[in-house]
Design a protein around this ligand. Structure first.
Ligand code: ADP
Ligand code: MG
Length: 295
């Protein structure tokens, strides 16, 4: 079978290369498709997808990333072409589903609407709302709405600082996203879900309140039998969001004695998880797609 890996970079990054390798190892043919070269045509009774001048003929596709910092029109074009593709063949993750997790607010909103526990969170363009939230919660985390790897997230305890952050961002035409600061016991959980299974999970341990591996945290494997609750939350979250696979961040808060979902990544990295647990996500992801194609 021909199976596509979709990216926006000229040369495949490590994650895409690993997926292509896994496709090959299973006896199939990987095809690297660049999101900006994908076009779609509505025909009389069918839809055709092109990559440059060539018609795309693959039986399934793994979508990794269709571009950062796009203007709205280009973003909608790429999403629309991918949706057309996903109507013809299985695309993992489904492009529309990845859209919900593209920003942290809409992801948490969807989880909240499905009765899954998420930390108290504010999205606003109003400096006074930011200030009031910080006053009320005493400690909050400002996060870039579409950030990752912990970059740009800031712990704020001073209401005036959140006022100033939101006022400055507003002047740049940007909103602010704040979350109540959870008191974690020195770690959180990253659970990697593929299909209906949590294929691997780790505790990310750090002295820093940000427990991203990219921020220097150390990963230790954790099993569902040891701590079932974060696993159950991760599986439910992945299902509710309609994702085929995801990296789910769950934190335990000492103060409220509860678990909360921090975010769901539809394009998760896996290097840190593989090091900590020995599981190989590209293998599981490709198997999952092949099963979907064969169904
Ligand atoms: N509300 C919070 N309270 C305490 N720690 C948090 C909170 N939100 C995030 N963190 C810490 O920061 C890390 C990064 O936050 P996250 O929401 O996963 O964003 P990203 O990983 O995309 O940067 C988390 O893994 C966690 O360690
Ligand atoms: Mg995270």
């Amino acid at each position: 079978m021909k199976i596509a890996v979709i990216e926006y970079r000229k040369t495949p990054p490590a994650t895409a290369r690993e997926l292509m390798k896994a496709i090959e190892v299973k006896g199939h043919t990987p095809v690297y498709l660049k999101a900006h070269l994908l076009d779609a045509r509505l025909m009389n009774r069918s839809i055709e997808i092109y990559h440059g001048n060539e018609i795309v003929e693959v039986e399934g596709a793994l979508l990794r990333n269709f571009g950062l910092f796009l203007n709205l029109d280009t973003f909608l074009k790429r999403l629309g072409v991918l949706e057309a593709l996903a109507n013809k063949i299985p695309v993992v993750n489904n492009p529309s589903a990845t859209l919900i997790t593209r920003d942290k607010w809409r992801c948490l909103l969807r989880l909240h609407l499905n009765n899954l526990p998420v930390p108290e969170t504010l999205i606003t363009e109003n400096p006074f709302s930011a200030m009031r939230f910080t006053m009320e919660k005493k400690a909050v985390v400002y996060k870039p709405l579409m950030g990752s790897l912990g970059l740009g997230s800031t712990l704020i305890k001073d209401p005036d600082l959140s006022f100033q952050v939101t006022r400055s961002l507003k002047n740049l035409g940007l909103p602010s996203y704040y979350q109540v600061y959870l008191e974690k016991p020195g770690y959180d959980y990253r659970i990697f879900v593929v299909g209906d299974d949590a294929i691997g999970a780790m505790k990310r341990i750090s002295n820093n309140w940000k427990t991203n591996i990219a921020q220097g945290a150390v990963g230790l494997p954790v099993r569902e039998s040891e701590e079932p609750e974060p696993f159950q939350l991760a599986l439910k979250a992945t299902k509710v969001l309609g994702l085929d696979y995801a990296g789910v961040d769950v934190a335990y808060d000492v103060k409220t004695d509860k678990y909360y979902i921090l975010e769901v990544n539809a394009f998760p990295h896996w290097e840190g998880l593989r090091k900590a647990t020995g599981v190989n996500p590209p293998d599981a992801i490709v198997n999952h797609l092949i099963n979907r194609i064969r169904k």
